[in-house]
Design a protein around this ligand. Sequence first.
Ligand code: ADP
Ligand code: MG
Length: 263
Amino acid sequence: MSGALLQLTGVGLAFAGNRVLDEVDFAVPERGIVSLIGPNGAGKTSLFNCITGFYRPHVGAITFGGHDLRRLKPHRITAAGIARTFQNLRLFREMSVPENVMSGMHCRTHAGAFGAIFRPPRQRAEEAEIRATAAECLRFVDIAGDWNRVATTLPYGHQRRVEIARALATRPRLLLLDEPAAGLHGGEKQELIALINRIRDERGIAVLLIEHDTGLVMKVSERISVLDHGVMIAEGTAKEIQANPRVIEAYLGQEDAGADLEL
Ligand SMILES: Nc1ncnc2c1ncn2[C@@H]1O[C@H](COP(=O)(O)OP(=O)(O)O)[C@@H](O)[C@H]1O
Ligand SMILES: [Mg+2]
């Protein structure tokens, strides 16, 4: 896809000779909502880790807004406009909800140790701005009422939203969500679909979603890519993916397959 916001070309990743990603081509358009699905162990989270600089592909190109990401450190990639949430929640224990959200914003601030101790006026202005951004992001994900809570004591669905708020606070152009519906009940899943749409519609942020709940994926995605054993086996609309024999076959080995894909 030429002119895509995010573009992976021929990406390969291996650990101790085990191939995890094999010549992966993949793109996310500006303001797109795209999902990445595939059986457990397919390499989905590893692909996120390559995009965000946690893993280094041994071959292939990754560009974001036309810029090469491969040699950038993770915090530089965040600053370039890519934010993520994690498959397993990574909230800081003992920290309040807003502190957790603010912890994601270092990439956009200038405060160093000196400023943190002596707090000159510029520093204080920046702190106020950071708090305002955190408050605004918590309102956006609809948990402003949790401001005074310790994040890890919140109900699970709210903890997931704190993570999304923390990602949004970095002002991304692309948001990566790794299994955001895991552990959510039906009503919360509907709210998540609405939130993903608002993130794109109101903020203009492209969303790349890894998700096991294929019903949710089919509802929210404009395009879907399917990864199986590190290989991209299909790309298309929900309708195309559901009818694709290679996709059906890839899922048949999984115990929860048929129901999951809603065949
Ligand atoms: N840091 C790592 N070291 C060794 N193997 C890894 C590492 N990260 C991922 N893998 C392997 O890569 C494969 C894909 O894992 P993962 O990307 O987590 O899959 P998915 O998210 O699709 O379930 C698995 O076989 C996993 O064991
Ligand atoms: Mg995973």
